[in-house]
Design a protein around this ligand. Structure first.
Ligand code: GRF
Length: 198
């Protein structure tokens, strides 16, 4: 299952996928390329460290409903990798509807909340400010509506009275590092995991 990762950030989730692949825990999934819209992003360094093709494709500055030149370049670069799966691992741009239609139901996104709660940016802060006692992370198929595609799997995180926003951020990231490789492995196997709560 040829897998392409798109990301803009530190790349800790990309790293967890590459470590899983190195330990033969991603099934038939094979990460073939990593693309970023941020030239000095950690995710590109992570990819290069693991010897994976890791490329800065330039800014992704297009409105979700248009099909601009930067979108065309992105579609072409991703398509050349012949991906069976595209993983958004901290990709901080909204993909155009043209991109989503082009690749169809092959795109998944990792989101740091239990969707449908706390969509959009700063989801962990949103959960913290709301005072919920359980939050977590979600992997879902990408649709044209932000953070609203069909949920594939989730992992819950309990917020205790001893937590701070910083400790919650750490806990959600740890949960993400378990969830994303599990989902990719299960997509490769053609199965899905059951919801998990700790
Ligand atoms: C993760 O929290 C993910 O849920 C969100 O962006 C963050 C990416 O972190 N979409 P990293 O770059 O994988 O460390």
């Amino acid at each position: 299952m040829r897998t392409v990762i798109l990301g803009s950030g530190t790349g800790s989730n990309c790293k967890s996928l590459l470590e899983s692949q190195a330990s033969n825990n991603l099934g038939s999934a094979k990460i073939v390329a990593i693309f970023s819209d941020i030239e000095d992003s950690g995710i590109l360094e992570v990819g290069r460290h693991f010897g994976i093709k890791s490329v800065y494709l330039g800014p992704y500055n297009i409105s979700p409903d248009t099909h601009g030149e930067s979108d065309h370049e992105w579609i072409s670069a991703v398509d050349q990798e012949k991906p069976d799966l595209i993983v958004l691992a901290g990709f901080m741009r909204i993909l155009s509807s043209y991109f989503i239609n082009f690749f169809g139901s092959r795109i998944i996104n990792l989101h740091p909340s239990l969707l449908p709660s706390f969509k959009g940016l700063n989801a962990i802060n949103q959960a913290w400010e709301e005072g919920v006692k359980i939050t977590g992370c979600t992997v879902h198929w990408v649709s044209r509506h932000l953070d609203m595609g069909k949920i594939i799997d989730q992992r819950a995180v309990r917020i205790s009275s001893e937590d701070s926003l910083d400790s919650l951020i750490r806990k959600v990231h740890i949960a993400e590092h378990f969830l994303l490789p599990t989902v990719v492995e299960n997509i490769a196997k053609g199965t899905h995991t059951f919801p998990y709560c700790d």
